[in-house]
Design a protein around this ligand. Structure first.
Ligand SMILES: [Zn+2]
Length: 68
């Protein structure tokens, strides 16, 4: 049997590809509203998924972009 980690890695790569093809993310879909930590968000435009911490930095980057 193939180790499960291969599938996970494949999904991560697939997700990365989706995220890279989107020029204007909107991570407004909370995938686990019942959770406080280890959250995940889906972009309503490309369907890519991002972890809560990555999303925070992404939003910070966009904020700085607007000020520049
Ligand atoms: Zn997107």
């Amino acid at each position: 049997m193939k180790p499960n980690i291969d599938r996970v890695f494949e999904e991560v790569r697939e997700n990365q590809k989706i995220l890279e093809s989107c020029s204007d993310h909107d991570f407004s879909i909370d995938l686990n509203p019942d959770k406080v930590i280890d959250k995940k968000y889906r972009c309503s435009r490309c369907g890519g998924v991002l972890g809560g911490i990555s999303r925070m930095w992404y939003l910070k980057g966009r904020e700085h972009e607007r000020k520049a």
